[in-house]
Design a protein around this ligand. Structure first.
Ligand SMILES: [Zn+2]
Length: 251
């Protein structure tokens, strides 16, 4: 074996080893990305319930305000009713008190009393309507309160699940970062590592890919025949001319 051949083979082995390490690194990095995405998506678990709770709270607030307004209205109407009753009473005293003897005047008073009674009956009807409305409102407030309790219970459970999942994710990430550090220590080709880091950012995860045909699995475009030839020989860093990913031949 000539020196040239020996050097060549040694280089090839070194590069292949670095590629393997890089692939291992990429696997870890993809797992880290997955865990990070899981962590980012965690709030989605409670987002729906939080919205539901906020909606119920708003609804309850409005219904309670409506109820208070009806209560005030009822108080006003009841005052009105008392006033009418007092007026009727006063006129009845005049009517039966014996102080007034003029028939015309008595008839007038009777008419006034009849009018007040009519008004009073109308107001009493309003009171009944109002009380019915308040009863309905009260019922829906009770239902909303129950719904709110159920949703708050769900929120509590989901939050607990979320906190637990977060802990698991953090633990997973910790061990992934330890593994990553170990792999980084094995990489001797700084240029290759730099290229890998840059590509990973640019290519959304996959910087280095295995090729087993004439198509780049990264961009799905045909690779030139000289690229495939170089890949098979695997002597240097081969970059896809279309997507710039690092290519290695799948053995
Ligand atoms: Zn490509």
């Amino acid at each position: 074996m000539s020196l040239c051949n020996y050097e060549e083979r040694r280089n090839k082995l070194l590069i292949e080893e670095q590629y393997d390490i890089l692939l291992e690194l990429q696997k870890i990095d993809i797992d880290i990305d997955k865990e990070e995405k899981k962590k980012r998506d965690l709030p989605l678990v409670i987002e729906g319930v939080t919205k539901e709770i906020q909606g119920l709270k708003n609804n309850l607030k409005n219904k309670n305000e409506d109820y208070k307004n009806l209560q005030m209205k009822l108080k006003r109407i009841e005052l009105d009713l008392t006033e009418k009753s007092n007026k009727i009473k006063k006129h009845q005293e005049d009517l039966y008190g014996g102080k007034i003897s003029d028939i015309k005047e008595l008839k007038q008073i009777q008419k006034v009393i009849a009018n007040y009674k009519k008004e009073k009956a109308n107001i009493e009807e309003d009171v009944l309507d109002l009380m019915e409305k308040m009863e309905d409102l009260d019922k829906s407030i009770v239902y909303l309160d129950e719904d709110l309790k159920v949703e708050e219970e769900t929120f509590k459970k989901r939050k607990e699940e979320m906190d637990l999942t977060r802990l698991v994710i953090i633990k997973n990430m910790d061990s992934l970062y330890i593994k990553r550090g170990e792999i980084l220590n094995k990489i001797t080709d700084g240029r290759l590592l730099k290229e890998y880091e840059r590509l990973r950012k640019e290519k959304d995860g996959k910087a280095i890919i295995k090729v087993d045909g004439s198509v780049c699995p990264g961009c799905y475009l045909d690779l030139p025949s000289d690229v495939i030839y170089q890949l098979k020989k695997n002597r240097k860093m081969i970059i896809c001319p279309n997507c710039s990913r690092i290519l290695i031949w799948k053995d």
